[in-house]
Design a protein around this ligand. Structure first.
Ligand SMILES: Cc1cc2nc3c(=O)[nH]c(=O)nc-3n(C[C@H](O)[C@H](O)[C@H](O)COP(=O)(O)O)c2cc1C
Length: 176
């Protein structure tokens, strides 16, 4: 088993191997959904994709969480929005992932989306769409941990999500 190169050495007696891996590579092997967090601002729609999103932090009230890089300009623009749309990408929305992570392209060009009354931007044809508001932010290393209150949701049980693991896209297959 590989050790976290910079975080923990094999000498600490945990029985880990010596091949060093960066935390980023280790965490990339954890399978995740890809969530597009987007909102309308005075400058138009703003958004990015994250794999750190996790739903079900609390059921009552419903809460979710994600982490934003401290260096993210997108989060600076989004964090003040009264309402943020969370669209979990579907199995055929890889293009939206590339576009909504890009530093150079128009992130919303040719994307089909709608805007709620409160300004949340939601992608069409996503298997799970939620409207959220920011409850709190907590510093977490080089990221900000953001707690979201889920105000409303729409689920399409027929549509399957895209799965991201080790820098590749995957589809869900039922195991039984
Ligand atoms: C698969 C994938 C997952 C990502 N996950 C996160 C994340 O969890 N948190 C984050 O802040 N940025 C994440 N990003 C980066 C953003 O999507 C985007 O590229 C970045 O915010 C661009 O920099 P800017 O915000 O300064 O414009 C991810 C990008 C990709 C492609």
């Amino acid at each position: 088993m590989a050790a976290f190169g910079s975080l923990r050495s094999a000498e600490e007696g945990l029985g880990l191997g010596t091949a060093a891996m960066q935390a980023e590579d280790v965490f990339a092997s954890y399978p995740s959904a890809i969530a597009a967090l987007c909102a309308q601002t005075a400058d138009g729609p703003v958004g990015f994709v994250v794999t750190s999103f996790a739903a079900g932090v609390s059921f009552d009230p419903p809460m979710a969480i994600f982490s934003a890089q401290k260096s993210s300009r997108t989060w600076q623009a989004l964090r003040g929005a009264p309402s943020i749309g969370v669209s979990v990408l579907g199995h055929d929305q890889q293009h939206a992932c590339h576009q909504l992570a890009s530093r150079s392209r128009d992130r919303f060009a040719k994307l089909d989306y709608s805007v709620t009354d409160a300004g949340a931007v939601l992608l069409a044809e996503s298997p799970l769409r939620m409207e959220c508001e920011v409850m709190s932010e907590t510093p977490a290393g080089d990221h900000q941990m953001v707690l979201l209150k889920v105000l409303g949701a729409q689920v399409d049980p027929e549509s399957s999500p895209l799965v991201y693991r080790s820098k590749g896209f995957h589809h869900l297959i039922s195991a039984g």
